[in-house]
Design a protein. Structure first.
Lengths: 87, 309
């Protein structure tokens, strides 16, 4: 009797494991098909790597139609360094 | 940077040196910080041009590697021209064309210089020649003089211009020693004496004797952001009614010394009054404006509110 119970539990666990594996595989396949995951395997890119490096914008500098040209200067950013460490 | 760009709408951003603290980075990823720097500009599609500062060269960071990283971005307008290696990288110019798109003659020229400094790449600090002089190289000065003359000849006119470089000229030291008037030359004036280029007589001479040059802009001294009018007999006077000016910008970064409110210098050029005036101000990180002035014939005599922070 005990052997039959153990056998039934084993079969149930095996069926459950198979179902979960199939479900996970199916989910992964659908994400791959939708292009959500890169086909090159580059699924873990950082925010910096996500920056588009190409633009079709005309970069000729020109005064605006209202006759103005505006420049903003950023300087002394010191990336990589905390405040008040070195000059 | 984001908070300022949400307010201002520039056609060009100038990254005026000390972009990365080379002494604090690792060889493997020292230039990767550049991606973080320009992310707000890429997001908004704003083109930029850079000068490199003394902190952009160190044992683990080279100007050449930084330019290679920068040059991968189409929005970067920074150019590499043919000069000796010792001249650094960021010596170039950019033309700005009139609003009338049928005109092929630039209305404004923007000059960029590499004031160098810092330490040589992968040279141990114990070496005698590890340091790089903090001054624009003679070859870049010769190129500037020759090219500016050629441009004037090609277009048969003097084109007004601005110049950008990281380390200020030595003339700022002399001016500061004479006293910066807080109401006539408003701005913070806490770095005393100014840290300036060394042995820059040739560069200063070239600046003072270039027709059409209206103003120069530098960073480097986090505690100074005033403007002054260059004086002296050498200053060209033929085209400009306003004189020649030099302005410090505002410390923009979270790195670096000092606890002044972060910000950036804004420049507004008007096509119909290029030889008459330049409007400029500091936009602070909190959105407020500091040190708004008009660089014109009466600058140095006009009174402005005193800058307190």
């Amino acid at each position: 009797m005990a052997f039959k119970i153990h056998r039934a539990v084993f079969i149930l666990v095996a069926l459950f494991t198979t179902f979960i594996s199939f479900w996970l595989y199916l989910k992964l396949f659908l994400r791959f098909s939708d292009g959500e995951i890169s086909q090159t395997g580059d699924a873990g890119s950082s925010a910096a790597e996500d920056i588009p490096l190409h633009s079709s914008k005309d970069l000729t500098l020109r005064f605006n139609e209202d006759g103005t040209f505006r420049i903003v200067i950023f300087e002394d950013l010191h990336y990589g360094e905390g405040t008040d460490i070195v000059m | 940077m984001n908070s300022i760009l949400d307010i201002e709408s520039p056609q060009l951003v100038v990254l005026n040196g000390d972009l990365i603290a080379g002494e604090a980075t690792y060889l493997e990823n020292s230039t990767a910080y550049f991606d973080l720097i320009v992310a707000p500009l890429v997001e908004r599609g704003i083109p930029w041009a850079s000068t490199y500062g003394n902190h952009d060269s160190n044992f683990n960071l080279s100007r050449a590697a930084l330019f290679e990283r920068e040059n991968s971005y189409p929005l970067s307008l920074t150019q590499l021209i043919s000069l000796p290696e010792d001249a650094g990288i960021t010596n170039f110019y950019l033309p700005v064309y009139p609003s009338d798109s049928s005109s092929n003659t630039p209305a404004l020229m923007l000059w960029f210089f590499d004031s160098r400094g810092g330490k040589k790449f992968q040279v141990p600090s114990s070496a005698e020649d590890v340091g790089i002089p903090e001054v624009v190289h003679d070859s870049a000065i010769a190129w500037f003089k020759e090219t500016s003359v050629r441009i004037a000849a090609n277009y048969d006119k003097i084109i007004p211009s601005l110049a950008f470089f990281h380390i200020p000229p030595s003339t700022t030291v002399e001016l500061q020693s004479q006293g910066v008037d807080p109401s006539k030359e408003p701005g913070i004036n806490d770095d005393i004496p100014v840290g300036a280029q060394e042995g820059d007589e040739s560069f200063v001479s070239a600046i003072l004797n270039t027709p059409g040059l209206l103003a120069t802009f530098s960073g480097h001294d986090h505690g100074n952001d005033w403007c002054y009018k260059w004086t002296g007999e050498k200053v060209h006077a033929s085209e400009s009614k306003m004189g020649l000016f030099h302005c410090f910008g505002r410390h923009s970064g979270y790195g670096g010394y000092g606890d002044w409110v972060r910000g950036s210098r804004e420049i507004l050029m008007k096509e119909d009054s290029l030889f008459e005036e330049i409007e400029t101000w500091i936009r602070l990180e909190d959105g407020s404006i500091s040190g708004s002035v008009v660089l014109n014939a009466t600058y140095g005599k006009d009174s402005y509110p005193v800058v307190e922070r």
